[in-house]
Design a protein around this ligand. Structure first.
Ligand SMILES: [Zn+2]
Length: 76
C-alpha cells in the first residue's frame, strides 16, 4: 500500500477532534505525550492547541524522539 503522504499503514486513524487522517508520526507522538495505550488520537495541530505550544515544537519533538530511537516511531 503506497498512499501519498509517506508513512501511511493500511489502517487509518483519525484525529478525535477535527477528524483529519493521522500520520504514524502523529499517532506515535500522541502515545508518547499522553498515553501509550491510547485508542483515540489528536493530530499535531489539535495537539499543539491543546498543549498550547507551536506545531513546530511538536514536529521538532518527533525528530527528537526518532533520533533517540524511540520504538514508537520506528518504521513499520
Ligand atoms: Zn485534529
Amino acid at each position: 500500500m503506497n498512499l501519498q503522504g509517506g508513512d501511511v499503514t493500511g489502517v487509518s486513524e483519525f484525529c478525535s477532534k477535527c477528524g483529519m487522517v493521522l500520520s504514524n508520526d502523529e499517532i506515535a507522538l500522541h502515545k508518547k505525550l499522553y498515553n501509550r495505550a491510547a485508542k483515540s488520537f489528536l493530530c499535531i495541530r489539535c495537539s499543539s492547541e491543546y498543549l498550547e505550544v507551536t506545531q513546530e515544537l511538536l514536529t521538532a519533538k518527533i525528530e527528537e524522539f526518532k533520533k533517540m530511537g524511540c520504538t514508537l516511531f520506528s518504521p513499520k
